[in-house]
Write a protein that binds this ligand. Sequence first.
Ligand code: PBG
Ligand code: ZN
Length: 325
Amino acid sequence: MFYPAYRGRRIRGNEVFRRMVRETALSVNDLIYPMFAAFGSGIRKEISAMPGIYQLSVENIVAEAREAHELGIPAVILFGIPEYKDATGSSACLEHGVVQEAVRALKKELPGLAVITDVCMCEYTDHGHCGVIRDGDVDNDATLELLSKEALSHVRAGADMVAPSDMMDGRIGAIREALDFNGFSHVPIMSYAVKYASGYYGPFREAAESAPQFGDRRSYQMDPANRLEAIREAAMDVAEGADILMVKPGLPYLDIVREVRNEFNLPVAVYNVSGEYSMVKAAARNGWIDEERVVMETMIAFKRAGADLILTYHAKDVARLLAKR
Ligand code: PBG
Ligand code: ZN
């Protein structure tokens, strides 16, 4: 196709034509809204680096989720800020733990809203790592047992789906087996299959009060330089029974989203993480970018890269903008 026979501007020059040939679409059905469930009552504490995002106690999380639900957002994903933390993250598996109670309240008040839970230990351990520590590093196989218990406690409370984010080897298989053995073979697992050791999680660690107290997460989260390893990680999770594959973070890893989309025949999710959100909010507050425009461009980029689902703190804003169009 060469000029002058081909002129891209013939079609591009007309808004109706642009609409007709648009290759990618974004729907409110694609959105998953992350929320922080805090132990206690009367809590509605904004996260300083994430304007508009709050730590919420149960009654407030229901109100916030109701708003998302009324905007047409189909699902939320919950993180917990527990009453106490210890070396083994025992507050992650309590029958009446913070996430378990939030799940119960949400399913009671908003039965049509899908409730997904993040399954990891870092929000519940006093050292902030994603598993139990032995000899200065996370003990993989000992952690699998705790993750299975945690996932089971979420599902017993009524969670519709669990999403393990710990990056231990074998966790999808371990959790799948625990769920199946206890009568929950119908509950799907969304795996944080390809999760990189990323600086973009900074604001989240303030939000979830989960920053590691020593070292970093490089012995379990992936090296940002690796692409082939992403396929190995995802393949392992597919073999172990994952139902949805997630890539995280989002914007710096669109190439990986495309790889996973091309390689596997499962729904693909992408996590537009806290640092990505904070950067947009900060630039918008300074008047340096047009927030609505940048947010919608980011969302369509995820879809174009091959994502089916988008976990994003912008979910309510995106739903409002979609309704306006
Ligand atoms: C817990 C977890 C993290 C995020 C989701 N689950 C943080 C981490 O691994 O350090 C990050 C989400 C975000 O930055 O928005 N393992
Ligand atoms: Zn973790």
